[in-house]
Write a protein that binds this ligand. Sequence first.
Ligand code: GDD
Ligand code: MN
Length: 381
Amino acid sequence: MARKAAEIGGQQTAAPARRAGSVYELTVVSPTFNERPNVRPLIAKLDAALKGVAWQVIFVDDNSPDGTAEEVKAVAREDSRVHCLRRVGRRGLAGAVLEGALASAAPYVAVIDADLQHDETLLPAMLKVLQADEADMVVASRYIDPEGLSTGLSQTRQQGSRLATWMSRQVLKNDVSDPVSGYFMARRSVWDLSAPKLATEGFKVLFDILASHPEPMRVAELPYKFRDRLAGESKLDRRIVIEYLSLILNKATNDMIPARAIMFVLVGSTGFLVNVGVVLALNAIQAPLPFWGAQLAAALVAMTSNYLINNAVTYHDRRRKGLALLVGYVRFCFLCSAGLFVNVAVASFLDDRLHAPILSGVMGAAFGAVWNYVTTALAVW
Ligand code: GDD
Ligand code: MN
């Protein structure tokens, strides 16, 4: 017993035991959803690209129905550099990447798509930049090489990606040419520091880290050519795009205003346009309606379009369907009518005292908007 204690005490001062091959310099995190046919080719490509580097790969799989996790584990039984983190009951690229990165103890952590669209031969060059302490993060960019995005994405997706890039750059302090890249490498400290602030839904891990990292960060970029996907299909859909827009809005206001509230107000302003549009249309066709009747009809159309757009976009994750859609609609109309009353009441109250009609009107509208947002958030969605 005494001897054991002495041994333990002795070990504390001795250098930690190192077994050759058990200490990784680089962790490559690869998020997967239905990528079974790409697992072995990716590992082979990593093996070829990372000769001379002590690396490991962690596949983070969201319980893919095609058995991706089983495939990874089959390889892992023969290759100790290969690991699988299987998540159940959860979906989301950002969260998967984050969990993989946080499971790593290596000084450098890279993210790469499993579908072979990212050129893995760039990894050693990315690693060199970090090892030489020239940057804290290295982004593989599709926008430096003029040919970088000539393949791999459809025309529409290319335009979408350019737009997404432009919007991100308006919000970020770092001037990065490809802030929505899914391919990058960073010191582990970058991951550790930003982790508590990152969103776990959606695709934009890099953008989120760039926007959330609490300290100044040196970012380098290296060009590569985005490849065509050979097996499986892309998981980027409308929902992902909406989540991305919310994230940008949220970061644009420094996390102060919830993205949903901003979206709600934006949708509200489309309602204004719809309202005016309907009045003009009714006028144009010379509809047999009194002025107030046309105005009421237009307001109802605007309210309905606001409801449907909010249901499909702002609250896409809690979308109401069928009978619930109808019940929600009645409540929405009722609450927004009350909101109109709040708007007018506040504006008149202020104007009586301040005699500043524009200021009072704006305040009334703001109170009405807050009322609409808060009450419908509680009672409708
Ligand atoms: N674990 C997990 N969970 N993995 C996911 C999920 C998910 O919910 N959704 C997608 N993935 C994995 C895919 O299996 C793939 O390995 C990688 O994430 C990228 O997904 P793709 O569906 O292939 O994305 P893409 O090629 O359309 O989009 C590319 O361009 C975007 C920017 O335009 C990717 O490089 C994205 O990372 C990038 O943001
Ligand atoms: Mn892809």
